[in-house]
Design a protein around this ligand. Structure first.
Ligand SMILES: NC(=O)c1ccc[n+]([C@@H]2O[C@H](COP(=O)([O-])OP(=O)(O)OC[C@H]3O[C@@H](n4cnc5c(N)ncnc54)[C@H](OP(=O)(O)O)[C@@H]3O)[C@@H](O)[C@H]2O)c1
Length: 438
């Protein structure tokens, strides 16, 4: 009888439990699920009550026992965090084991190093669950869209912030209030910084950029603005102007002035962004995620679905396990790897400076309610070649008058220069908000 493919789980929390549930219940699933066997599970605390019943003898608090076990061919890393996850992945690869991981933090920072080590050792590192939870997005970019030149990737890839923004828009409530209820309902972590400051989305767009454009970028260089300073008045004004505000992660190829012809210039950022009500991403609400890919020749294609949770994320993890199981069944046990499944960088990419990013902008100014101020603001923009799509004065309130400007597409350098000029005007009290606009 053919032996089963041995799986070692590092972590038995939300995702790990969901994965174990599928492996232990193969009925009515693809026959390959029956070809895999859970050999060992590492946890931090053996006494913790678990959602799933696992034989005690296969649970350990020593992850090295799993990573070094010769009966295991695939390590599923779902423990999270940078260390010891990264070191365990590296050790497992050196031991000749393939990796399936949901860990975007490790992959966004060390993905290149890990992928080339895996190639050298003839093993796979699959990461479908690291972006978009249950949404198939990694393998479609690597395999199904491989014939395209990708132009732009635009994603709502953090469910917590999308949930908060959706409720702020629906209820007109303040950020702090919605964050608190999101924490009570388990949609936001007790420490929500990684989500609300945009850091989680930056990890994910770093991964999507690398796959879409073929070359790694430096995660630390991604300009990142979260929703933690977003005010409900901006959501209200955006709505009155026909827009919604979403936390978008965007990566696009651009024509750069730079002389570096050997490396593809990319404009990448995470920021709250106004999108028109007709935009494909405008209907993505609550904890759902969506990724819109524009490519040549495909045009636009959008991937939509649950961005987190035990079931959806486990679905993605198990899909990766089955991909490896399928290749191994074909006899792929040597060091020859399927080049699409084992995707690796094939060119150099780099991020252009944030001043070079071109986009439309939403700007809210607080100023004295005096005649002629709109003309003066328009003049400052005009002198920097910034053309204005609309400029609207909303009702005066105790803060002063509020003026919202939407610009046409210009460089962020022009906007920065204009805002410096605007701040010099006597009537201007504050540049209260600046966001992107699609
Ligand atoms: N949750 C989601 O919806 C979701 C979605 C997409 C991606 N992810 C990613 O999936 C990974 C896991 O997330 P999760 O939500 O499942 O986390 P979680 O619920 O906190 O579970 C983490 C598990 O890892 C174990 N663990 C942590 N450190 C360990 C160590 N040093 N040695 C042994 N075991 C250790 C924990 O053991 P104990 O149980 O004993 O504490 C726990 O079982 C993360 O990288 C996360 O970013 C999660």
């Amino acid at each position: 009888m053919e032996s089963k493919l041995g799986i070692g789980l590092l972590g038995l929390g939300t995702v790990g439990s969901g994965v174990a549930e599928i492996i232990l219940n193969p009925e009515n699933r693809h026959p390959l699920v029956s070809d895999i066997e859970l050999i060992g599970v590492a946890v931090r605390d053996k006494k913790r009550q678990r959602k799933i019943s696992i034989p005690d003898q296969i649970i350990t608090t020593d992850p090295l026992q799993i990573v070094d076990d010769p009966r295991i061919q695939i390590i599923v890393e779902v423990m999270g965090g940078l260390e010891p996850a990264r070191s365990l992945i590296i050790r497992a690869i050196k031991n000749g084991k393939s990796i399936v991981t949901a860990n975007k933090s490790v992959i966004a920072r060390y993905g290149d190093e890990i992928a080339s080590l895996a190639n050298d050792n003839g093993v796979y590192v699959l990461i479908e669950a690291a972006v978009g939870g249950g949404i198939p997005i990694i393998e479609p970019i690597k395999q199904s869209l491989g014939g395209n030149q990708i132009k732009r990737v635009t994603g709502i890839i953090n469910g917590t912030t999308n949930y908060i923004l959706s409720r702020m828009e629906k209820e007109g409530a303040a950020f702090d209030k919605i964050l608190k209820t999101a924490q009570e309902l388990g949609y936001a972590e007790a420490n929500p910084a990684a989500d609300i400051e945009g850091l989680d989305a930056a990890d994910k767009i770093a991964i999507l950029s690398g796959l879409s454009f073929g070359g790694n970028i430096n995660r630390a260089d991604i300009p990142t603005q979260g929703i933690n300073n977003l005010q409900s008045r901006d959501i209200d004004y955006a709505k009155r102007l026909g827009y919604q505000i979403k936390l978008l992660a965007i990566s696009e190829r651009i024509d750069s002035k730079e002389s570096n012809k050997d490396s593809l210039p990319l404009a990448v950022r995470v920021q709250p962004t106004l999108i028109s009500q007709e935009h494909p991403l405008a209907g993505v609400n609550g904890v759902n995620n969506a990724i819109l890919i524009e490519g040549d020749p495909i045009g636009e294609v959008m991937f939509y679905g649950p961005g987190a949770g035990a079931g959806p994320t486990a679905s993605a993890v198990v899909a990766d396990i089955l991909n490896i199981a399928g290749v191994k069944k074909l006899g792929g046990n040597g060091t020859q790897l399927d080049p699409l499944l084992a995707a690796n960088s094939w060119r150099d990419c780099h991020l252009v400076g944030s001043d070079e990013i071109i986009q439309s902008n939403y700007i809210r100014l607080i100023c004295e309610d005096s005649p002629g101020v709109i003309g003066k603001i328009g003049k400052v923009f005009g002198e920097r070649n910034v053309s204005i799509e609309s400029i609207v004065q909303f009702e005066a309130n105790p803060l002063g008058a509020e003026i919202v400007v939407i610009t046409h597409k210009v460089t962020q350098g022009q906007i920065k220069d204009s805002l410096n000029g605007i701040k010099q005007l006597d009537e201007i009290k504050e540049v209260a908000a600046h966001m992107g606009c699609l």
